[in-house]
Design a protein around this ligand. Structure first.
Ligand code: MLT
Length: 404
């Protein structure tokens, strides 16, 4: 009889956002006349910018003619997109990242889940708590974690780094040295940012201890403050200790189009072996690349029109963030985030648990958010609302919460 990967059986329940979707579906079935406003999953609502639509149409037309048709994409992705990223995301910020150090993919979720494959089984991971569940769950699937403690909602053999109001949602350096450190800033779910000086401390720590930082920069487009780094490669020494994940989902609305990238500097080595070579081998073996038409759409993100249009789109979502933040604050809630991030992180009222507040809000206001405890034990007592809804729905949701 064949055997299954039993690590999957260790995972409790289903993926956080699938759980929420099930709860909301049950509520809607029981209350078909009640209107629901979804500020739960961080999925965008605004249409793709005109420059991106134009690029998509143009690329589709190219596929209709033998002379301009494209089959398999190059392993690392098209040079035109890698060069645009190297120039705009790195060179423009004074960072030394070459086009050949950028691997184009179909999104940061897959990459953030898959990157652990190139590391040994007995590496120890450290994650922020609360954390985007993909980092932990994929390490569970790979057998890199121990057992789950349902009471404490933690895994053995995982270093949790609490991020709470007490430390401004920026983790302290762990006492036990991890091999792999997952950091995401601006942070999902807390909406907090890290300053360049704070991130430099992590880079120095990783270099000193021989750790690798897997840095998720999916939300960098939402940064509004000066001293907040847009990429970990703004820090000195990051080329020898960091991998960066980038996404087109949140900065350009590609959640349904799918495009991302992983950046691995060639200076990042373990006993002389470049991690870049391992990821290139994996990419070449397991992946046939993001579609040509999507990569052309990605290129439009860096055109002058694309940049201007996306700036407006980000401003639209950030107006939502401010509406949520100011509205909840005025109503007496304790709120965080929403300044360099499309996520607002609030304290649940009256010592309610995160899931109790989820049910309360759904029942009484018809508003869907994400319970903080779904992201880890230190998220208990917190609740996340996203700014990715329409402005009208966001304003209505805030009014509904205020009137509770
Ligand atoms: C979230 O809601 O946390 C995001 O949608 C997650 C993601 O981008 O996969």
């Amino acid at each position: 009889m064949f055997k299954i990967n039993e690590n999957y059986l260790k995972l409790p329940g289903s993926y956080l956002f699938s759980n929420i979707a099930k709860k909301v579906a049950a509520h809607t079935e029981a209350n078909p006349d009640k209107s629901i406003i979804r500020l739960g999953i961080g999925d965008v609502t605004q249409p793709l910018a005109p420059a991106i639509i134009e690029a998509l149409h143009g690329a589709v037309d190219e596929m209709a003619h033998a002379e301009t048709f494209h089959g398999y994409a190059p392993d690392l992705g098209y040079e035109f997109l890698r060069s645009a990223m190297a120039k705009n995301d790195y060179e423009a910020r004074g960072c030394d990242i070459k086009p050949e150090e950028i691997f184009i993919s179909d999104g940061a979720k897959g990459d953030s889940g898959n990157i652990q494959e190139i590391f040994a089984q007995d590496n120890k991971i450290a994650v922020c708590d609360p954390v985007y569940p993909v980092y932990v769950d994929t390490n569970v699937m790979a057998g890199r974690t121990g057992t789950y403690d349902p009471e404490k909602e933690v895994w053995s053999d995982v270093i949790y780094m609490p991020c709470t109001a007490e430390n401004d949602f920026v983790p302290e350096l762990p006492k036990e040295v991890p091999d792999l450190i997952y950091l995401c800033f601006p942070n999902n779910p807390t909406g907090s940012a890290i300053t360049k000086d704070q991130l430099q401390v992590w880079v120095d720590y990783a270099n000193k201890n021989g750790s690798v930082i897997i840095y998720d920069a999916a939300y960098e487009a939402y940064i509004s403050e000066e001293n907040v780094p847009h990429t970990i490669f703004e820090c000195e020494g990051a080329r020898t200790c960091a991998i960066e994940l980038r996404s087109f989902s949140k900065n350009a609305g590609f959640t349904g189009v799918r495009l991302g990238a992983t950046v691995i500097p060639k200076d990042l080595k373990c006993n002389g072996v470049m991690l870049h070579s391992l990821w290139a081998r994996r990419h070449g073996t397991k992946y046939n690349g993001a579609p040509y038409i999507v990569q052309k759409a990605g290129l439009a993100v860096y055109s002058e029109e694309g940049k201007a249009q996306l700036k407006d789109q980000i401003a639209y979502y950030m107006r939502n963030a401010k509406t949520i933040y100011d509205g909840l604050k005025a109503a007496g809630y304790t709120v965080y985030g929403g300044v360099n991030s499309p996520y607002v992180w609030m304290k649940t009222p009256d010592a309610m648990t995160s899931w109790d507040f989820f049910d309360y809000l759904l029942e009484n206001a018809g508003v869907v958010g994400t319970p903080g405890s779904g992201f880890g034990p230190s998220g208990e007592g917190y609740f996340r609302l996203t700014a990715f809804g329409t402005y009208e729905n966001t304003a209505k949701a805030v009014e509904r919460i205020k009137s509770l």
